[in-house]
Design a protein around this ligand. Structure first.
Ligand code: NAP
Length: 489
C-alpha cells in the first residue's frame, strides 16, 4: 500500500522549477518544452524547458561574464554558500527524495541515501574552498625562487547522467564553486528535476547569478555542440557512457579543453574460498542491487571460487528473489523500475543472449508485464565465456555468477575488460587482499565491502572508464590550474 499520496507527489513536482536558469534568471526554452516521465508508470510527470543551441550559448555568456568576479570572490564566502546549500538539502531531504524517486524510479530509501550522499559533496567542498594553496621553494641552484599558485580553470561545462540525478551533479558543482569556476550544467533529459531544485537551492543560498547556469534539452548533442566548440569554454566534466564520452573527447580536442571523464564500468566481484560468505552475499546485494543495478559501480560479473560458487549463487538467488519489486514510493519496495523502455530492452537482450548460450536462471530472467519498466531481479549461473553480459555493462538487476580455480585465474578474468572503474574482493587473507587489490586494473577497489562511494574519497576510473577524480582531496584539483612564477631575487 502506498504511503505517499498523489497530492504529495504533485506538490513536490509543482515545487520544482521547470525553466532554464541563465545569468540568475529563470526563463523559457526557445525550443518549447520536453516531458519528464515517471518510469514506474510511463506517464508524464511534467514538462521542463527545452533549450536551443542559442540558449546554451547564452548560458555560457553568463558564465563568462560572472567568471572574473567569482574567481576573486573570497574562498570563505564561496564555501559558506555551499555550506548553506548543504544544510538546506538536508532540511528538505524528504521532499527531494520523493522528487528523485518520481523522476528516476529508485525506492524512496535509496533516494534519501543519494540526497545525503549528494549533500555531503557540498559540505566537503565547502571545507576545501579555503584550502587552495600553492608552494614556495628555493631553486636548486640557490639563486631564484619557485612560486606556484592555483587558479580556477574558468568556465566549465558539466554534463550529468540520469542514474544518480543529484549526486553526479553535486560531485562536479561543489568543487567547481569551491575553486572559483563558473559553469553551465546539463542534466540528463530523463531526470532534470533534481538538478533544477539544486540550482534553486544554490540561488537561495546566495550563489551570485551567472556562476551556475542550467540548461535542459531533448537533443543534447545539438545543444551542447556549439558550446563545446566555443573557445571561451575551458573545461568539460562528463559523467555518462563511454560511448558518449569518446564523442565528447573528440569534440573537445579542437579547443584542447581540460577534461574529466567518469564513464561506464564492468565491475568484477571476486569471492575467494576463505571469504566470510555471509559478508560476501551481503556485499553482493549492495554492489548489484543498489540503484536497481543502474550504477557505474554495479557488480557486473561475479567470480566465485569453485569451492563456494554453488552455495554463494544459491544464497544470492534467495536474497535477490525475495526483494520486493514495485513503485519506489510504495512501502518496503527494494527494486524499482528501470529508467525507460530502451534500458529495459537492453537488459532483456543481454539476459536472453546468456540464456540462449547455455546460462541458467536461478531466479528471475524476465520483464514484468504492465505499466512501467520493471525487470525481475535475476541470478544466472553456468554463464558461458561468450555471453555478452560479461563484456557489456548490464545496468540492471542481473547477477551472472561464474566459478574460478585459483587467484591468477580470478585476476585475469577480472582484468579481461576494456573498463577499469571498480572491483570488489572478498577474502579473509590480508596478504591476498592487498596483493589482488594491487593487481586489479581499476581506479577503485572495495575490500570486503560492496560499496566504495564516499565524498571524502577520490572516485574515478582507468582504461575506458575514463580519467579524473571526483571527491576527496583530489576532487578540487580538476577545477584548478597550477601557475608557476619564476622569481629572480
Ligand atoms: P549517456 O547516454 O552517456 O548520457 C549522459 C549525459 O550525456 C546525459 O546528460 C546525456 O543527455 C548527455 N549526452 C548524451 N549524448 C550527448 C552528446 N552527443 N553531447 C552532449 N551530451 C550528451 O549516459 P546515461 O545513459 O545517462 O548514463 C549511464 C552511463 O553513465 C553508464 O554507462 C554509467 O556507467 C555511466 N556513469 C558513470 C559514472 C562514473 O562516475 N564513472 C557515474 C554514473 C554513471 P541526454 O540523456 O539528455 O541526451
Amino acid at each position: 500500500m502506498s504511503t505517499i499520496t498523489a497530492s504529495e507527489e504533485q506538490r513536490v513536482v509543482d515545487a520544482a522549477p521547470k525553466q532554464l536558469y541563465i545569468g540568475g534568471e529563470w526563463r523559457d526554452g526557445s525550443h518549447g518544452t520536453l516531458s519528464v516521465e515517471d518510469p514506474s508508470t510511463g506517464e508524464s510527470l511534467c514538462e521542463v524547458a527545452d533549450a536551443s543551441p542559442e540558449d546554451a550559448i547564452a548560458a555560457l555568456d553568463a558564465a563568462v561574464a560572472a567568471g572574473p568576479e567569482w574567481a576573486q570572490h573570497p574562498p570563505r564566502e564561496r564555501g559558506e554558500i555551499l555550506r548553506r546549500a548543504f544544510e538546506e538539502i538536508a532540511r528538505r531531504a524528504d521532499e527531494l527524495a520523493l522528487l528523485m524517486t518520481l523522476e528516476m524510479g529508485k525506492p524512496l530509501k535509496e533516494s534519501k541515501a543519494e540526497i545525503t550522499y549528494a549533500a555531503e559533496f557540498l559540505r566537503w567542498f565547502a571545507e576545501e574552498a579555503v584550502r587552495i594553496d600553492g608552494r614556495y621553494a628555493v631553486a636548486p641552484n640557490g639563486q631564484g625562487r619557485l612560486l606556484t599558485m592555483k587558479q580556477p580553470v574558468g568556465p566549465c561545462l558539466l554534463i550529468t547522467p540520469w542514474n544518480f540525478p543529484l549526486a553526479m551533479g553535486t560531485r562536479k558543482v561543489g568543487p567547481a564553486i569551491a575553486a572559483g569556476c563558473t559553469m553551465v550544467v546539463k542534466p540528463a533529459q530523463q531526470t532534470p528535476l533534481s538538478m533544477l531544485m539544486l540550482a534553486k537551492i544554490l540561488e537561495e543560498a546566495g550563489l551570485p547569478g551567472g556562476v551556475l547556469n542550467l540548461v535542459t534539452s531533448h537533443s543534447s548533442g545539438a545543444t551542447m555542440g556549439p558550446l563545446i566548440a566555443d573557445p571561451r569554454l575551458r573545461k568539460l566534466s562528463f559523467t555518462g557512457s563511454t560511448e558518449v564520452g569518446r564523442k565528447l573527447m573528440e569534440q573537445a580536442s579542437d579547443n584542447l579543453l581540460r577534461l574529466s571523464m567518469e564513464l561506464g564500468g564492468n565491475a568484477p566481484f571476486i569471492v575467494f574460498d576463505d571469504a566470510d560468505l555471509d559478508a560476501a552475499v551481503q556485499g553482493a546485494l549492495i554492489a548489484k542491487m543498489r540503484n536497481i543495478g543502474e550504477a557505474c559501480t554495479a557488480a557486473n560479473r561475479f567470480y566465485v571460487s569453485d569451492r563456494v560458487a554453488g552455495e554463494f549463487a544459491q544464497r544470492l538467488a534467495e536474497k535477490i528473489g525475495a526483494m520486493k519489486v514495485g513503485r519506489g514510493t510504495e512501502d518496503d519496495v527494494e527494486v524499482g523500475p528501470l529508467i525507460d523502455a530502451s534500458q529495459r530492452g537492453k537488459v532483456s537482450e543481454l539476459v536472453q543472449d546468456a540464456l540462449g548460450k547455455g546460462a541458467r536462471a536461478l531466479v528471475g530472467g524476465t520483464e514484468r508485464d504492465g505499466a512501467g519498466y520493471f525487470f525481475d531481479p535475476t541470478v544466472l549461473t553456468d554463464v558461458p565465456d561468450d555471453a555478452n553480459l560479461l563484456t557489456e555493462e548490464i545496468f540492471g538487476p542481473v547477477a551472472p555468477v561464474r566459478g574460478f580455480d585459483d587467484e591468477d585465474e580470478a585476476v585475469a578474468a577480472a582484468n579481461d575488460t576494456e573498463y577499469g572503474l571498480v572491483a570488489y574482493v572478498f577474502t579473509r587473507d590480508v596478504k591476498r587482499a592487498l596483493r589482488v587489490a594491487e593487481r586489479l586494473e581499476t581506479g577503485m577497489v572495495g575490500l570486503n565491502q560492496g560499496m566504495v562511494s564516499n565524498p571524502a574519497a577520490p572516485f574515478g576510473g582507468i582504461k575506458q572508464s575514463g580519467f579524473g577524480r571526483e571527491g576527496g582531496r583530489e576532487g578540487i584539483d580538476e577545477y584548478l590550474e597550477t601557475k608557476y612564477v619564476a622569481v629572480n631575487l
